[in-house]
Design a protein around this ligand. Structure first.
Ligand SMILES: Cc1cc2nc3c(=O)[nH]c(=O)nc-3n(C[C@H](O)[C@H](O)[C@H](O)COP(=O)(O)OP(=O)(O)OC[C@H]3O[C@@H](n4cnc5c(N)ncnc54)[C@H](O)[C@@H]3O)c2cc1C
Length: 504
């Protein structure tokens, strides 16, 4: 196979033209091709630049600066019958991919997840969005697929890792659009990711992985040498040789339990803020590539005494209630595959250094409670950005997409004085970068669960520094943020377990 770089095609042309372009270039029929990467050049007359994997006879004849031999690496682990049993607690991206890879390698795998399977979980989430009745165990944070299931399911990450292709291939095998393999800002959408995750679970069940939904791990069991020997749930004790925990950033009870068991955990910096919403047309008009992409994104960053940045943008999406505790308010963002709500949202977050709080979970919980008290309901707090800048409150310039409604509030009462100054400087900076960003936007919040306030310390074998056989992974352990980085962390853990078993 050949890797052919730098093939250009105007954005208004159909991709089927690629085959003709290749055959014209090689003056020979090609057997097949697929897209490996596609990026947009929007400087003048917009066009896509492709890297293509091409099958053609006598391939060596065509080698050149842009054409090289392509060798596909098989990233699947070697399958063999293995004697150890691995328990995975938490079934978000880190748990899913750790379990999947260990199953592929031949381990006995048993998964414990606090929440429900997706079909039941979706009913609970929809009930909350419509009626404001929160199920503490089954919500946007907890259940099959983890926190990213009711999301935009953006698959972006800054990490460069060969296992990204392995993860994307599994998503595609289970129904995600093949374009996620090569789109620069690939997203699946909440509607599709739910089907994809359920299908991955079904495959694992069919291949012998045992699942326990609605059965949270309550305790880890250790021997006298501080080695994990099993877990306890409300249904009994389950022995294991190794335990991988990917519990997400909202598993406060489990963190308390792990601390009580003496597992080394330290505080880490976090971020807090809110969502901003703008009409999608306004964002599209302001972005250079607006002629091509209907639902457009921005990435904003301001460096003051603390960093302020945009995060988890959901073009054409909606702001959603993402709390897991009663009488609290937490916002986040979600989009359907079509990204067609007409409104763009993104979190705007400011750093909070670990020296600013004792217990990060308590700190965030108090902010979430404070928001609920100000609203007296699950309605999110809201304010025009222009009013926030002046400390005034007027009716919103447009209605928020937040499904439970909003309550007007002055966010000047929410943040510390020093942080308010930095946030306002950041908005002025963003307004320079995207003119009228302040005037056209509204705030909906607060957003407090973008990162985890602790890190469960690991050694070079990815195990807890003081508890053998315990593999902390993903966002809740402080080793990822986002679907791809947490999935990659799950793979890392699986690879280490495989290595310890003999080989990789
Ligand atoms: C609304 C929303 C939108 C998001 N959008 C995106 C996006 O578009 N793109 C992106 O990259 N990231 C997004 N994220 C972030 C991303 O979802 C997380 O970074 C990622 O899911 C973290 O993966 P994880 O495996 O570490 O943990 P999680 O996905 O949080 O999963 C942890 C799981 O552990 C379970 N659990 C907790 N305690 C226990 C216990 N004691 N026993 C057993 N199970 C337990 C929970 O129920 C949960 O299912 C979004 C997050 C939210 C909330």
């Amino acid at each position: 196979m050949l890797l052919v770089n730098n093939i250009k095609l105007s954005v208004d042309k159909d991709e089927s033209e690629l085959k003709k372009l290749l055959e014209k270039r090689f003056r020979h029929k090609i057997s097949s091709y697929r897209i490996r990467k596609r990026s947009l050049d929007a400087r003048k007359q917009p066009f896509y630049v492709y890297s293509l994997i091409v099958e053609i006879d006598n391939e060596k004849r065509y080698l050149s600066k842009d054409v090289s031999i392509y060798k596909e690496e098989d990233l699947s682990p070697e399958y063999k019958k293995r004697s150890s049993k691995i328990i995975i607690a938490g079934y978000g991206p880190s748990g899913i991919f750790a379990a999947y890879r260990l199953m592929e390698a031949g381990f006995e795998v048993e998964v414990f997840e606090k929440g429900k399977r997706i079909s039941e979980r979706t009913k609970d989430v929809e009930r909350f969005f419509k009626e404001g009745v929160l199920n503490k165990e089954s919500n946007v944070q907890f259940g099959e697929g983890g926190a990213g299931t009711f999301s935009d399911a953006k698959l972006t990450t800054r990490i460069k890792d060969k296992y990204i292709d392995y993860i994307l291939d599994i998503f595609v095998k289970h129904g995600a659009d093949p374009s996620i393999r090569y789109e620069n800002h690939a997203h699946v959408g909440t509607d599709r990711i739910r089907e994809v995750v359920a299908s991955i679970t079904d495959e694992m069940i069919a291949r012998g992985v045992r699942f326990h939904f609605e059965e949270p791990m309550q305790e880890i069991l250790l021997n006298e040498k501080r080695k994990v020997i099993g877990i306890k749930t409300d249904k009994g004790e389950y022995p294991c040789d190794k335990l991988a925990i990917g519990l997400g950033h909202s598993a406060y009870e489990s963190v308390v339990m792990l601390k009580e068991k003496g597992v080394t955990i330290e505080k880490k910096d976090i971020s807090i803020g809110f969502r901003v919403e703008h009409p999608q047309d306004f964002i599209n008009e302001r972005q250079t590539s607006s002629k091509i992409e209907a639902a457009n994104e921005y990435f904003l960053r301001y460096k003051g005494e603390k960093g302020v940045y945009s995060f988890c943008m959901c073009p054409g999406g909606m702001v959603i209630p993402a709390m897991s505790d009663e009488e609290t308010i937490v916002t986040n963002g979600m989009s359907y595959a079509a990204r067609d709500s007409g409104v763009a949202n993104a979190a705007i977050l400011i750093q909070v250094f670990k020296e600013e709080f004792n217990d990060g979970y308590q700190y965030l919980h108090e902010l979430e409670k404070k928001a609920y008290e100000a609203s007296s309901s699950y309605k999110a707090l809201s304010q025009n950005i222009s009013d926030f800048m002046k400390g005034e409150v007027h009716p919103l310039k447009f209605e928020s997409t937040y499904p439970l409604g909003t309550s007007l509030y002055d966010f000047n009462q929410f943040f510390k004085k020093e942080d308010l100054k930095i946030l306002k400087d950041a908005f002025r900076d963003f307004d320079q970068k995207i003119p009228d960003f302040i005037d056209q936007g509204i705030i909906v919040g607060p957003e407090t669960r973008s990162s985890c306030p602790v890190r469960i310390l690991r050694d070079e074998t990815f195990q807890s520094v003081n508890t053998k056989g315990l593999f902390p992974m993903g966002e809740g352990a402080g080793y990822g943020g986002g679907i791809m980085s947490c999935a990659l962390d799950g793979i890392r853990i699986a690879n280490e377990v495989i290595k310890e078993d003999g080989e990789i």
